[in-house]
Design a binder for this molecule. Structure first.
Ligand code: PHE
Length: 455
């Protein structure tokens, strides 16, 4: 049964039957890694904030994580049946309050404060998503939201597109290789906002958005290379490992059009680092700033920190182990003074043994005709449910969980799943008994909560 209320950031919230937040996630709300001096998430925030300086951009870094469904979804135009709203994706306190799944939840309230003295903003905060378990995913992470708008009434000569292009000319030049092969507009997913923007206005805002975010990517990759070289990697190798290549990929968000994702070529692969687009005018109208036009982006800070410091596992950010934290000592103050000479690659401490355990179980048949009618049906079991149980039991002592087998019995129609859990601590060697006990508890919880039949 859910607790009748929960207290987060000194505020008490009433729960109802929608409550679905496990204790380990609830306790993470107090950590605020983006504000912890010398924490790599905070250092990354500081580096990015330098790319979008005050007073043009106002920073908001202390918004509490509890928001309304209106803020997180409705104000941004998410349809009523959007999968992001489901209890298998989102942590709810009650039907109408939740742990924000993205910093965009604060867009509308923040656009309301935009003005010509501060036409932009940055919001950094912890965000929460039920998700898979691997070295890049954790149910809590941090995002930075950024936006910039222009007021059509006050731009020079009343020429919005002209003013935006002029501002673009003033942005820092770079010579990275940018792939940009998608057309800006797509008739369904990313139409021009007819009646709000002319094509040339939308193109000017989009071009300004891309140039600004490319400048941010250059900053990140430059710092990552410097850190690599300062750690003893040869400049040629650093360049090999971090070539300056980015590309724009068309994307869809309910609150921007056109929209893109920016991908960075890193470690031999294209890594998605941010989502962005031209803000839907309806949002600015609702915010009480109908004459402002502009762009917004959202970026995951852990992803960027992993790239900057070569951090191999997202769980490390939550570690209180001095072998981790001490490697970043003094960097917050230095970065504040634009001194990046102390940036180094993270030196991993020895890896501890891994331990694989499988769990196989039957779900109830969907038709329910074939026998077992109690238990969770294949239609209402979500992979995130097992992820959460493993996190509840093993905490940070699990590295990844993967589906390794899945089949449906030809006669009964029942579905069987097999998941492989890799238990591994970042900080110590675990005993076999300890891992066996954890795995047994995972099995018990699966039966208790979902009435599956273990095999
Ligand atoms: N909120 C989006 C996400 O979390 C990112 C985004 C922010 C996209 C702002 C467009 C504009 O995926």
């Amino acid at each position: 049964a859910p607790p009748p209320s929960v207290t987060i950031d000194n505020q008490t919230y009433a729960t109802d039957s929608w409550f679905n937040i496990p204790p380990n996630v609830l306790s993470a709300t107090s950590r605020q890694l983006h504000l912890q001096q010398d924490h790599p998430v905070a250092i990354t925030r500081q580096i990015l904030e330098r790319v979008f300086p005050k007073p043009k951009f106002t920073t908001y870094n202390t918004h509490p994580p509890v928001v309304s469904t209106y803020q997180n979804f409705d104000s941004l135009g998410f349809p009523a049946d959007h999968p992001g709203r489901s209890k298998s994706d989102t942590y709810y306190i009650s039907r109408s309050t939740l742990l924000r799944t993205h910093t965009s939840a604060h867009q509308k309230q923040t656009f309301a404060f935009s003005n010509d003295a501060s036409p932009g903003y940055l919001i950094s905060a912890d965000v929460y998503r039920r998700d898979e378990i691997d070295r890049c995913h954790y149910p809590v992470f941090h995002q930075m939201e950024g936006a910039l708008t222009w007021d059509r009434r006050t731009v020079a000569g009343g020429d919005l597109a002209g003013a935006v292009w002029k501002d673009l000319e003033a942005l820092p030049k770079h010579d990275i290789h940018v792939g940009d092969s998608n057309p800006a507009f797509h008739p369904k997913r990313n139409p021009l906002q007819i009646g709000h923007h002319t094509p040339s206005e939308a193109e000017a805002v989009a071009a300004h958005l891309k140039k600004s975010l490319e400048a941010m990517a250059v900053e990140i990759i430059t710092r990552a290379r410097e850190a690599a070289v300062a750690s003893g990697i040869s400049p040629q190798d650093a360049e090999q490992e971090e070539p300056l290549r980015v590309r724009w990929v068309e994307a869809y968000f309910p609150f921007t059009t056109p929209s893109w994702e920016l991908e960075v070529f890193y470690g031999g692969d294209w890594l998605e680092v941010l989502g962005c687009g031209v803000v839907k005018q309806s949002l600015l109208v609702d915010a009480g700033t109908p004459c402002r036009v502009g762009w917004a982006f959202g970026i995951g800070l852990e992803r960027i920190a992993m790239l900057l410091f070569n951090i191999p596992d997202i769980r490390l950010f939550w570690s209180r182990d001095e072998r981790f934290l001490s490697q970043f000592a003094g960097l917050s103050a230095a970065v504040d003074k634009a001194d990046f000479s102390g940036l180094r690659r993270f030196q991993p401490f020895s890896r501890f043994p891994e331990c694989y355990k499988d769990v196989s179980f039957w779900l109830r048949s969907v038709s329910a005709a074939g026998g077992n009618t109690h238990g969770v049906g294949a239609d209402d079991f979500h992979e995130n449910d097992i992820m959460e149980i493993v996190r509840e039991v093993a905490g940070d002592d699990v590295e990844d969980v993967r589906l390794v087998d899945e089949f449906t019995h030809p006669r009964t129609g029942r579905k069987s799943l097999c998941y492989r859990v890799n238990y591994r601590s970042l900080e110590r060697t675990m005993t076999n008994e300890e891992v066996n006990a954890m795995h047994e508890r995972v099995r018990e919880k699966l039966v208790d909560r979902f009435r599956v039949e273990l095999r």
